[in-house]
Design a protein around this ligand. Structure first.
Ligand code: FAD
Ligand code: NAD
Length: 459
């Protein structure tokens, strides 16, 4: 092999790219992975999943300490040393990104720091050096959408800026009540900011189950977050004293803020690699469409992760990465994207998979719903948990699950039981007759299934 020829080249070293590169190397391929970032791990490890979860953990510690009084535990006034908190978050990111370097080396995956671009059907430019390849995987992720017409101002942040923890703004406006907006609201409200969330649609976390979202909405309000739904920001003015956001719709008026986070979605990065030079089709949103085997319209060129569109989630990228590596190496593999779980790591967590009740109704799918309210969960009460709900959508004929939504403490952890049940085609009987340890929050899944079957004795 020449020094500038790759058997398999992976563009991007995020959770999609590195998972693909490592799996392909494990299958015996000679792999080159390219990324302009100084560290491996993409958005997820550097400026996404991991730093946000570290700060959400800190937020939970702060809340627990503040509520200690309810349990007779006096902690005194909670104070936050921002430099220490930032250093802790950065050290966790550093530990994981450094770990990836070792994993790449052990697998003999060649990593190149550089920006890659297709120049022909089998050629790529990496920072001025021409490379050839047999197969390629595009895993270049996504970037935050910037709202047009906003002024240039250091107090206007995207999610990466918000995770830098520059300061704790007195008043923080968050535009977009999707997952990023709600996780950042959870963090900064705990840190002491007066947070206002402005969401364009008529509920936060649009698309998630309305009943479950109402529980999260109420909990955020109880933590001091103001939420305006059905509201659009029509103008933003920046003066030395403050940012002023003019709002229309559900809330009409002006919001003054010391900082504002734009959290209105992410745009696929497809155009960054000039895929058309290799004949790869790309749509006007920068998305490269793929089939279940992650193949593009060009044989031997695959695409995975955020660059392939929604849902833009790390675990989808990773699974697609494995599929692409396997298919590229001559194995049969495919990913059914209808069962990708979503989790907002808010307080409480909101987690769901498959169909919501509203989606089943809209699609005229025969269904029934079973709920288990967490007021009846011993473990929830004993852990100081607030309101919560486990909700199963199921087929009344087959008793198979069509979807599940859980809102409550650690919901994301045991949503996996519902994902597994759906993957395995488990019935309500399978779920309810599997013995759940007591007292656990996961019992609520078994209880919801029992409730559907009429065998529940805990309500
Ligand atoms: P990315 O992680 O975006 O990686 C793409 C890589 O490609 C980047 O490193 C980039 O530098 C590189 N690249 C770009 N251009 C080129 C080029 N021309 N040549 C070579 N390389 C290039 N998802 C979850 O599932 N759970 C979460 O808790 C979660 N939290 C998040 C929190 C935040 C604040 C954000 C912003 C996102 C979060 N996500 C979460 C989403 C998750 O980060 C993404 O879905 C995931 O990172 C996508 O992985 P990827 O490999 O497709 O792309
Ligand atoms: P999102 O699409 O989840 O939410 C954006 C929100 O902004 C939507 O609710 C939308 O209605 C609203 N919006 C759009 N334009 C608006 C406007 N002009 N004014 C007010 N509201 C407006 O996007 P996001 O929250 O930015 O997250 C981006 C991606 O990152 C998503 O795909 C998400 O899944 C992923 N992510 C996942 C996690 C997680 O899994 N825990 C965490 C963070 C981010």
């Amino acid at each position: 092999m020449s020094d500038t020829h790759a058997d398999l080249i992976v563009l991007g070293a995020g959770p999609g790219g590195y998972a693909c590169a490592f799996r392909a190397a494990d299958l015996g391929r000679n792999v080159v992975m390219v990324d302009p970032r100084a560290t491996l791990g993409g958005v997820c490890l550097n400026v996404g999943c991991i730093p946000s979860k570290a700060l959400l953990h800190a937020a939970e510690v702060i809340r627990e300490a503040r509520h200690g009084d309810d349990w007779g535990i006096a902690t005194g006034k909670v104070s936050v040393d921002l430099d220490k908190l930032r250093a802790k978050k950065d050290s966790i990111v550093d530990q994981l990104t450094t770990g990836l370097v070792g994993l790449a080396k052990r697998r003999k995956v060649k990593t190149i720091r550089g920006t890659a671009k297709f120049t022909g059907d089998k050629t790529i430019d990496i920072d001025g050096t021409a490379w050839t390849f047999d197969q390629a995987v595009i895993a270049v992720g996504s970037a935050p959408v910037r709202l047009p017409g906003w002024p240039e101002d250091d107090r206007i942040w995207d999610s990466s800026d918000a995770l830098e923890l520059r300061d704790i703004p007195g008043k923080l406006a968050i535009v977009g009540g999707g997952i990023i907006g709600l996780e950042m609201a959870t963090v900064y409200a705990a840190l002491g900011s007066k947070v206002t969330v402005i969401e364009f649609m008529d509920q936060i976390a649009p698309g998630a189950d309305t009943e479950a979202v109402a529980i999260l909405h109420a909990a955020l309000v109880a933590e001091g977050v103001t939420i305006h739904t059905g509201t659009k920001v029509s103008e933003v003015k920046a003066t030395k004293a403050a940012l002023t956001l003019s709002c229309e719709g559900g809330f009409e008026g002006k919001i003054k803020a010391d900082a504002a986070i734009q959290a209105v979605g992410r745009r696929a990065n497809g155009n960054l690699v000039d895929p058309k030079a290799a004949g790869v089709e790309i749509d006007d949103r920068g998305i490269i469409n793929v089939d279940a085997s992650c193949g593009t319209n060009v044989a031997g060129i695959f695409a995975i992760g955020d660059v392939t569109g929604n849902p833009m989630l790390a675990h989808r990228a990773t699974h697609q990465g494995h599929v692409a590596a396997e298919v590229a190496s001559g194995h049969a593999a495919a990913l059914d994207t209808s069962l990708i779980p979503s989790v907002a790591y808010t307080n409480p967590e909101l987690a769901w998979v498959g169909l919501t009740q509203a989606q089943a109704e809209d699609r005229d799918i025969v269904h029934k719903v079973a709920r288990f309210p967490w007021a009846a969960s011993g473990r929830n009460l004993a852990s100081g948990g607030g309101d919560g709900l486990t909700k199963l959508v199921y087929c009344p004929q087959t008793h198979r699950l069509l979807g599940a939504t859980i809102v409550g403490r650690n919901a994301g952890e045991f949503l996996s039981e519902c994902v597994l049940a759906m993957e395995m085609g488990a019935t309500l009987e399978d779920v309810s007759l599997s013995v759940h340890a007591h007292p656990t929050l996961s019992e609520t899944v078994g209880f919801a299934a029992e409730r559907a079957l009429g065998t529940l004795t805990d309500l």
